[in-house]
Design a protein. Structure first.
Ligand code: PEP
Length: 254
């Protein structure tokens, strides 16, 4: 997957009407932009349908922020990928560090979700990243290696399947302390090599894209855009303001 992506993770920051308002503004701002279909908006579950309608006649894509690992059944409170597909989500963020931290999501559970998302024809955006203590103690690569291996355990990739692997150092999220893009390039190349070991180098090349998230902003986006190895950006805080997000998309995708 070569096309660059910019993915907006709105988390639980906006209510339904705020989400619709922002989607309408994005629609106007991105009118005639050739890279529209390289932008993915991930609102909360309840806003997905309304945001889809607000973005009508654009090519902007829709993603969810999580899903369950079973398609149907007695799982009170969970959301099936089948329903995400019905509300037109093409992507789903899985294993975000906030879900790993607050909801104690484990790699094994994430692997089941990745598997079902792929079977439902939804592209998983699988998040991996080390916590501050692992970073400080030099355990970044070993942490990532384990996360990648276990979060993709048992996945049988078909040639049409696409997975977005997002490297998001936990200590760089939401605080303005982004990782130096040169270091990002090194980590993404490490991740690609790990994926090649788990699957094959052909699959690492054809079925995966490797992206970064963590305090990407309108101010620093050009530094990331310089590196072709950074195939996409996952953007949290800076995706909530039209001006900032438009600049990030323009600078990274144009
Ligand atoms: C995120 O939480 O996925 C993220 C990248 O957040 P931020 O851009 O705010 O660091």
């Amino acid at each position: 997957m070569r096309t660059k992506l910019v993915i907006a993770n709105w988390k639980m920051n906006l209510d339904i009407s705020e989400s619709v308002q922002l989607a309408k503004k994005l629609k106007l701002s991105f009118l005639k932009k050739l890279w529209q279909d390289q932008v993915v908006i991930c609102p909360d579950f309840l806003s997905l349908s309304s945001v889809y309608q607000a973005l009508n006649k654009t090519k902007i894509r829709l993603g969810a922020q999580n899903c369950f690992w079973q398609e149907v059944g007695a799982y009170t409170g969970e959301i099936s990928p089948k329903n995400l597909k019905q509300v037109k989500a093409d992507f789903v963020i899985l294993g975000h560090s906030e879900r790993r931290y607050y909801f104690k999501e484990k790699n094994e559970e994430i692997a089941l979700k990745v598997d079902l998302a792929l079977k439902t024809n939804i592209k998983p955006i699988v998040c991996v990243g080390e916590a501050l203590t692992d970073h400080q103690k030099g355990r970044t690569l070993s942490t990532l290696k384990k996360q990648v291996k276990q979060s993709l355990q048992g996945i049988k990739l078909k040639s049409k399947d696409k997975i977005v692997l997002a490297y998001e150092p936990v200590w760089a999220i939401g605080n303005g302390k982004n990782l130096d893009p040169k270091e990002v390039v090194k980590i993404l190349s490490f991740l690609k090599a790990e994926i090649a070991k788990v699957f094959s180098s052909t699959k690492a090349e054809n079925n995966f894209s490797f992206i970064y998230g963590g305090s990407v902003s309108a101010e620093n986006v050009k530094d990331f855009a310089k590196f072709k190895e950074i195939q996409g950006l996952l953007v949290g805080s800076s995706s909530l303001k039209l001006r900032n997000f438009s600049k990030i998309c323009n600078d990274f995708l144009s």
